[in-house]
Every structure is written in structure tokens, then in C-alpha cells.
Design a protein around this ligand. Sequence first.
Ligand code: R5P
Length: 297
Amino acid sequence: MIIIAGSSHVKLAQQLATRLKAEIVIANTKKFEDQELKIQITHDLYNKDIIILQSTSKPANDHLMELLLLTDTAKRAGARNITAIVPYFGYSRQDRPSYAYGPISASLVANLIETSGINRLITIDLHSKQAEGFFKIGVKNLDSSSLFIPLFDNQGKYVVVSPDLGGLTRAKIFAHKLQADLVIIDKSRNFNGECEMTSIIGDAKGKDCIIIDDIVDTGSTICKASRLLKDKGAKSVAACITHGVFSGDCLKKIGLAEFDNFYISDTISNSHLPNFINVIPSVDLIANAINKEVINV
Ligand code: R5P
């Protein structure tokens, strides 16, 4: 088995190669003046099982294009099977038209990935489960809750909080595993796209609250959720978030919000994160999936 490391997350690809005792290949990547990408892999891929690891994180379009070109290269070189590991699947939030006749961008990206020649996709916490249906190839959408559950002992009076209705299923699974109650925040977006939260369903008073979300981007959702929970009398507020997009002044906002604990997985490569962000490695979750999904099939 050969792991090809996309440029978005070479460290995770290296960790995975070590876990799986697989060979790692780093493609030669060059950009022309007009930013067009050129990929070269000189390694022999003929008749080999190939894993390409690439998060389609910022810059999303470059990383997506690189994934497509890496796949095409592997296919043309005669690879037997190509599995894409896309720990963070950019565009997955755009899983429905946001206005009449608007694009379903996640579906288009799924088609592009499939057309490039990938035989199987492994990803973590797609924004919505129904996005799996955009693919005809096999998709393993890994649940990240096993990364975070061990961080909580059974001493706390926990409630698991979904910061919006869209995240309810994810929070419900987490709450079930932790045998905790569920709290749901009523989130809406105003005319300018800013999120507003005024009411919660469930009781947060005196409780250790764990907010579960798939993405932190501007930080608006998680920080406003924390504020509301504290206003409702929460004893402590922790956050467990799978994908750290961290746009703009997000980290500053999180610092000011004074979370009791803030956990993020490493599906996106983020160097120089402040000390109040605890990064939880995802390599074992991915390695176990490959052992089950790819090696044993
Ligand atoms: C929304 O549906 C997602 O699950 C996240 O809550 C959202 O993407 C977070 O974005 P932001 O950090 O910009 O509020």
C-alpha cells in the first residue's frame, strides 16, 4: 500500500503511513504563473493500492484540484485501487440550494471526485449524513465522537449541547454515548448572515455543558452558544469540534469567550494554535477505518 500525501496535511499522512507501515509518496507540485497546478509522481504506482490523503481545506479550490490531479495521475499510472482520505471535506456545507435554482455545490464536488477515478472515500463528519448520497462509490463517513468521549470522566453533570437544529443527530449520538442529557439551541441567521441565539430547549443550569459541532469557521456559532449557556446558568462550557477552519478573528473570539475547555481534532492542519485550543489526533480513527474498509475487503 502506498500513501500519497496531498499538500494540505502532510503531517497526518506521515502519521498514517507510520501506523499502517505503508510507504509514503510526496508528489512534486508546481504552480504556473497563472496559478495552474502541475503534479508529477515518478514513483511506480502500477497495480498498487493507493491512498491519497488530502483535506479540501483552505485554500479549498487549490486543495480540491490537487486531489483531482493526484487521483488522475494514480489512475493513469495503473493503480489497482484508489482510496481518498478526505478528513475535512470542503464544500460539504453547501449540500442544498440556498436560493431557487441555486447550485448544490457539495454534489458537484462529489461528482468531480468520483469522475477523477477514486474508488472509495473515507471522510470524517460530513456536514450532513445525506451528503453521502451524492456519491455512487462507497463512502465511509467516520463519526468523530470517539475522539472526544474519552476526554470526559463520569464525575461531571454533563449535558451535550447542539448549537443548532442541523447538528442535532451528531449531538444526540454523543449524548447517548456519554449517557448525558441533551440541550438544543435555537439558532437563526439574520439578514446579514450573522447568527442569533435567544432560546434553548432543555436545562443548562448548574450543568457542565459540552457543545458539539462539526465546524468552527468564524467562531460566531460556538461563542454565541457559550454566552447563552452561561447566561442560562451553566456551571462550565466545553467545546468539541471536528474541523477547525478558524477564519478571520475566530481564535481571538474563542480566547475572549473563555471556554473551560476547547477541543478540536486535527482533520485540518493548523500550525501555531494558541494554548487554549487542545488538538486531538485523528490518525487512529482513520487507521482503524483503513484496516476495516480497505485492507480487509
Ligand atoms: C453550521 O451549520 C455548522 O454546523 C457550523 O455551526 C458552522 O459552520 C459554524 O460556523 P461559524 O463558526 O462561522 O459560526
